[in-house]
Design a protein. Structure first.
Length: 491
């Protein structure tokens, strides 16, 4: 069994169906044999994850997803377990065709097949979701929604086959309602919708089994997982000095918002920047920075034009954290855009661009959250979140450079591919986390990494540090809790 034969590539539902057809036609692998492989894989994973489970309720629909469930029921029963099949329709047999009908014919007569009853209280050790597969592209119909709601109300954990019923395989959106799975085993290739958006609340642990289908049959993917990119980091030279470690300037901090650029500056230092300068118009931020982080060279910059020689001398820029949207912020952004330095553009800098008050060069990493993305695209937050991958590509076409669309399953998009970060946790949904990310990415830019590499490394490092910092609990996690973990991960 191969857990992840596709490496980091992710695929749409249509691509996965095409791979399935190609495998059946060209290898050839009979469709029913592929279904039996799926069932065997599910049995092995269930035995591994739930070794004490003895009784199973397998909820089956009429498609091939249901066929996988029927084949699994046979294997579990033959291995001595108690098995019940819950039918989505009382006349399910009449709606089956192809491989799913073959699977039905192979189910031992001794296994109980019970039409769905919303009043039934399940007492099995594990519920298997084989109701709806990856072909779902519209809102879940009422009769299936009732079954999904029932599964979610039971005490037993739910193991989803291929995808939790009700999730979009392409966007991760909940199509009306969806099964909240404890674990999901997906077949052939990983679906991109399992890793982004709302899916993070529904998929549980994800396992992937290629079922022996060779990678040569896989099409080109435009989406991939970010997988430990810090192996791109060059080792530190023993002769290193602050000038060789990258210099950057952080521009931000309107009155009352001085904390944001301080966090960006601290994150830059902890990521390994050799020299960090903070330019702010917030007088209290100057005092706070000198007191808290004397390693940052902080300057009060009521007129940023006077600091242009300094800005021109650095390797990279981070602009936007706590900057506000007034005249000072606009003058900073106007000044910086003509320098064509590698730049991280965040927060209020993005809002000024969204308002059409200034444009920006494309030698930049733009880091919007969904609200900022919606303003940039002139749409609703719901529309951005309904299809994060498409939103990331639209943003890149509009702004150029590299987009970091923040959220559950943060996306990095250079216009050719979108990379998904499958790390991070809900404890990171607190103020200041994005300010840290800007500083991390800006440091990698200052050290000479490309826009894409800097964004991927920065997003991964930020999320991984958040996961390490959450070891003592996700509730109450604050941005500065990540700083020690950032340093330890960089080694």
């Amino acid at each position: 069994m191969n857990e992840s034969s596709t490496g980091s590539a992710l695929f749409t539902g249509a691509q996965c169906k095409a791979i399935d057809r190609l495998a059946i036609e060209s290898l050839p692998i009979p469709g029913y044999q592929l279904m039996c492989r799926s069932a065997r894989s599910a049995q092995l994973w269930i035995n591994r994850r739930y070794p004490n489970a003895r009784s199973f309720n397998i909820v089956c629909g009429a498609g091939n997803n249901g066929g996988d469930g029927l084949s699994l029921a046979k294997l579990l029963f033959e291995s001595g377990h108690s098995v019940v099949i819950t039918l989505a329709d009382a006349d399910l047999e009449t709606k089956l065709y192809g491989e799913a009908l073959e699977a039905w014919s192979d189910v031992p007569a001794e296994i109980s097949k019970i039409p769905f009853d919303p009043h039934f209280d399940d007492e099995s050790d594990l519920i298997v979701d084989a109701l709806l597969g990856i072909g779902l592209n519209g809102e879940v119909r009422a009769r299936f929604a009732a079954i999904i709601d029932w599964m979610n109300q039971q005490q037993s954990p739910v193991f989803a086959i291929d995808i939790p019923s009700g999730l979009s395989a392409d966007t991760g959106a909940v199509l009306g309602c969806a099964v909240k799975a404890d674990a999901t085993l997906t077949f052939i290739a990983p679906k991109q919708g399992l890793y982004i958006g709302q899916a993070r609340d529904y998929v549980g642990s994800i396992m992937v089994d290629s079922l022996g289908v060779p990678e040569a049959l896989f099409p080109e993917s435009h989406t991939q997982l970010i997988s430990e990119p810090l192996n791109q980091l060059a080792p530190l030279n023993r002769s290193a000095h602050k000038g060789s470690q990258g210099s950057l300037v952080v521009i931000g901090g309107d009155e009352g918002f001085g904390g944001a650029p301080i966090l960006t500056s601290e994150a830059s230092l902890r990521t390994g920047a050799g020299r960090v300068t903070l330019l702010t118009q917030c007088e209290s931020a100057v005092t706070a920075t000198l007191s808290r982080t004397p390693e940052v060279m902080v300057r009060l910059a009521e007129d940023v034009a006077g600091f242009e020689p300094l800005i021109q001398s650095v390797d990279a820029i981070a602009i936007g954290p706590g900057m506000g949207q007034g005249d000072w912020a606009l003058s900073c952004l106007e000044r910086v855009k003509f320098l064509d330095k590698p730049t991280v553009v965040d927060a209020d800098a993005l809002n000024l661009i969204a308002q059409g008050k200034v444009s920006f060069h494309d030698n930049a990493v733009f880091t919007p959250h969904p609200g900022e993305a919606a303003r940039l695209l002139s749409c609703s937050v719901a529309e951005v979140q309904a299809d994060p991958v498409e939103s990331a590509f639209l943003l890149q076409r509009k702004l150029g450079g590299v987009i970091v669309l923040k959220g559950a399953g943060t996306l990095v998009c250079d216009g050719k591919k979108a990379s998904v970060c499958n790390l991070g946790n809900p404890g990171m949904a607190t103020a200041g986390m994005g300010d840290l990310l800007s500083g991390i990415i800006a440091t990698f830019l200052a050290q000479g990494y490309s826009l894409l590499a800097a964004a991927q490394m920065g997003v991964w490092l930020h999320a991984k540090a958040g996961d390490l910092a959450s070891a003592e609990g996700e509730r109450g996690l604050v941005a500065t809790d990540l700083l020690p973990s950032i340093r330890s991960l960089l080694g």
